[in-house]
Write a protein that binds this ligand. Structure first.
Ligand code: G3H
Ligand code: 13P
Ligand code: ZN
Length: 328
């Protein structure tokens, strides 16, 4: 059944587990996410980005998710809109039947001016007012996502934070987080704690605390009833990188967030963990390998099946590692 993010994360908080939120763009991802959830008995958060809406179209995405709910009626599903950039975008998703929306005002009205608290607070507050009247949950974002190692915002944020922000500014401030939650009444808050979007998070193998775990702890202490969200949480599996490169790909050396670091975050209040890149890598690796091994094959169902199986394996791993398995 379709449920709200608040409902799903309240249970996760009571039982101290985290839930991966997978981006969905096509049928294969949707099936992989649901088959893995079915196998592990995990609740599901699927999210659609602006890029996904451009690729598949909002009605197709909506019906993909509704089809998943129909085929797996025993699994609770949150249909979430990822990174909404305006009130209008969020309103449209609410109208389409999304049970949760993210209003990301963290980069200002023009999408490239971080730290404009008033803009972020005002637009997010308006989204909450409308969404809550419709029974829809809201995720906000405070802080500027960025890798503490490279000092950059990552590839998908659209701003080069390098040189603009100090490392301290790249971490969400606990006092400001408390103020933001009081001002907006968001259900969940995406925080900056050292993660960044995309495949190029860290250039060296991460050792020790690559995330600001103490900061997560401090934020959670100030806003214990607001569920923390970790964006940019792909682990960038080295085995899939190797397979991609073995079969004709050219991806440079790069590292993601180790699953153990995410588990630390979950211990201190992180409940929603956003993952897109890992499914992209698994899918690409599986298709490259399949086609290399079966050069005469031209039935797309064959290589898409390989893609589904590869993504499913990643999903099962995350459902189990984050503790959502067994909680559907
Ligand atoms: O937050 C970004 C997600 O990875 C979605 O990326 O806009 O390319 O679909 P996208
Ligand atoms: P990754 O790029 O690490 O998969 O993060 C995805 C994300 O945060 C979507 O909102
Ligand atoms: Zn994100």
């Amino acid at each position: 059944a379709l449920i709200s993010l608040r409902q799903m994360l309240d249970h996760a908080a009571e039982q101290s587990y985290g839930i991966p939120a997978f981006n969905v763009n096509n049928l294969e991802q949707m099936r992989a996410i649901m088959l893995a959830a079915d196998k592990t008995n995990s609740p599901v958060i699927v999210q659609a980005s602006a890029g996904a809406r451009k690729y598949a179209g909002a009605p197709f995405l909506r019906h993909l998710i509704l089809a998943a709910v129909e085929e797996f009626p025993h699994i609770p599903v949150v249909m979430h809109q990822d990174h909404g950039t305006s009130l209008g975008v969020c309103q449209r998703s609410i109208q389409l039947g999304f049970s949760s929306v993210m209003m990301d005002g963290s980069l200002g009205e023009d999408g490239k001016t971080p730290m404009d608290y008033d803009y972020n607070m005002n637009v997010t507050r308006k989204v909450v007012e409308i969404a809550h009247a419709c029974g829809v949950s809201v995720e906000g974002e405070l802080g500027c996502l960025g890798s503490l190692e490279t000092g950059t915002a990552g590839e998908e944020d659209g701003i080069g934070a390098e040189g603009i922000l100090t490392k301290e500014q790249m971490l969400t401030d606990p006092e400001e987080a408390a103020q933001f939650v009081r001002d907006t009444q968001v259900d969940a808050l995406a925080i900056a704690c050292g993660t960044s979007h995309g495949a190029y998070k860290f250039s060296r193998p991460p050792t020790g605390d690559i995330l600001a775990i103490d900061r997560i702890k401090a934020i959670h202490q100030r806003i214990p009833d607001t569920h923390l969200v970790m964006h940019g949480s792909s682990s960038v599996p080295q085995d899939w990188l190797a397979i991609i490169n073995e079969f004709g790909g050219k991806i440079p050396e790069t590292y993601g967030v180790p699953v153990e670091q995410i588990q630390q975050g979950i211990k201190y209040g992180v409940r929603k963990i956003n993952i897109d890149t890992d499914l992209r890598l698994a899918s690409t690796g599986a298709i490259r390998r399949y086609l290399a091994h079966h050069p005469a094959e031209f039935d797309p169902r064959k290589y898409f099946q390989a893609s589904v199986e590869a993504m499913m394996e990643v999903c099962i791993n995350r459902y189990e590692a984050f503790g959502s398995a067994g909680n559907a």
